[in-house]
Write a protein that binds this ligand. Structure first.
Ligand code: 13P
Length: 342
């Protein structure tokens, strides 16, 4: 595929008012999510839950693409329509998580490296035949005593760059996700420093690996206080620090930056994105690729009971709508009350 076509798909992924739904929870992660609502993680329950999300009427106004897990790309709705085809028929691009998870990095206690490069070219060819238009690879950077090391940051950047090049070679737009975790007790300043180092290393590696910046999407963490930090930075501070870090490290040729939510509550993740877009214009689209922050209310509302599907879909559509508004800085706290009134 030409780089022009990759750029077109990347632009579609960050079309005005739209963002990406991350529904690519691996087997372990979806089990955790279903455990939280006391639902067994069977293949049928996973399928039914994803069908509920993908068939929600109206999401196509706010959702440009959905990231799927391997199992889900091979599953179908109850009416027999394959999920990839179902999404495509609604104008939503199907994408696929292609990494094999973050594993312990040798000689680096407490640090991870993402695996999945072996055989990736062949797997990508199959995903193309199954209708995928883009891919995702998540690298994890942990903040702690004396970490992250430059070794960990560089090893992960190398993996992301090799993955991105292979994806573009296959005609798939790579979502490049270096996630600095927010689980520690660090200040926002430390998060900014580590995010700067991670992004600098990632864009250097992407350059070395000849990746076309116009044909990729960056999926970073926001610059934010660690969960355990006693002083939590406010919305304005998070927005300013995040935009400063991105401005310093992300070339303007990248069409879009779609944030992960990383454990932020749904309304806070929306408020942060909204504040950043209110500071615009920016050289790139600033959008969302949330998992938990788009799905949490719907998952709870569903609770594994088909009778609750209409409620769960209303809750899901509402989060899509709030984040769609945050794409232009038009989100307001008052929108949070709308779904209860519905
Ligand atoms: P969260 O928004 O729940 O962090 O998930 C996004 C994602 O895809 C992480 O890889």
């Amino acid at each position: 595929m030409s780089t022009d076509n990759l750029a077109k798909i990347a632009q579609q992924m960050v079309a005005p008012g739209k963002g990406i739904l991350a529904a690519d929870e691996s087997s372990g992660t979806i089990q955790k999510r279903l455990d939280s609502i006391n639902v067994e993680s069977t293949e049928e329950n996973r399928r039914a839950y994803r069908e509920l999300l993908f068939t929600t009427e109206g999401i196509e106004e706010y959702i440009s693409g959905v990231i799927l897990f391997d199992e889900t790309l091979r599953q179908s709705a109850a009416n027999g329509t394959n999920f990839g085809a179902l999404l495509a028929s609604r104008g939503i691009l199907p994408g696929i998580k292609v990494d094999k998870g973050a594993k312990d990095l040798a000689f680096a206690p407490g640090e991870k490296v993402t695996e999945g490069l072996d055989g990736l070219r062949e797997r990508l060819a199959e995903y193309v035949s199954l209708g995928a238009k883009f891919t995702k690879w998540r690298a994890v950077i942990t903040i702690g005593e004396g970490i992250p090391s430059a070794y960990c940051i560089d090893a992960n950047a190398h993996g992301l760059a090799r993955y991105a090049a292979l994806s573009q070679e296959a005609g798939l737009v790579p979502i490049v996700e270096p996630e600095v975790l927010m689980d520690a007790d660090n200040t926002i300043e430390v998060c900014e420093e580590v995010t700067n180092e991670a992004l600098e290393s990632v864009f250097h590696a992407l350059h070395v690996h000849r990746v076309s910046l116009e044909g990729m999407i960056l999926k970073p963490n926001m610059v934010i206080s660690g969960k355990g930090c006693t002083t939590q930075a406010g919305v304005g501070e998070v927005a300013e620090a995040t935009v400063r870090s991105l401005t310093r490290n992300v070339p303007a040729a990248v069409p879009g930056i779609c944030f992960l939510s990383g454990g932020q509550s749904d309304a806070v993740a929306t408020a942060h994105l909204n504040a950043m877009n209110a500071m615009g214009p920016h050289p790139w689209e600033l959008s969302f690729s949330y998992g938990r922050a788009l799905q949490a209310p719907a998952l709870k509302g569903w609770g594994g009971d088909a009778a609750n599907a209409p409620l769960a879909q209303r809750l899901f559509l509402h989060r899509c709508k709030c984040n769609g508004a945050a794409r232009t800085g038009a989100y307001e706290d008052a929108m949070e009350g709308e779904v209860a009134a519905a």
